[in-house]
Ligand binder design. Structure first.
Ligand SMILES: [Zn+2]
Length: 97
């Protein structure tokens, strides 16, 4: 009976592995164009060490759309567990869900 249960739990179809990440939704201040970028937390975050040797992560993103020549700069800071701590944006705004 246990065997059958295990098969049921683990024997399913191909396992879908979704990369850990989030969507960065921003709007261009100049023309209103919207961007929905998927940020992969395991490949796109830069690792930083502070004076105490604590690990933090950061993301710097430059976005330019087809609508105009405005560059949007996004800067995000994450803690050691890759939770968002702070974020800044220039020439654009964050779109809240
Ligand atoms: Zn624009």
């Amino acid at each position: 009976m246990l065997k059958r249960l295990a098969k049921k739990l683990f024997g399913g179809g191909p396992s879908v592995q979704r990369p850990e990440g989030f969507f960065l939704n921003v709007r261009c201040k100049a023309c209103g164009e919207e961007f929905n970028l998927f940020i992969n937390k395991s490949t796109e975050l830069a690792q930083n060490f502070d004076e105490q040797g604590t690990v933090t992560y950061s993301l710097n993103k430059e976005i330019i759309g087809g609508g105009c020549r405005n560059w949007i700069y996004v800067k995000m800071e994450f803690d050691g567990a890759k939770n968002l701590v702070s974020r800044e944006i220039k020439n654009g705004e964050f779109i809240e869900d």
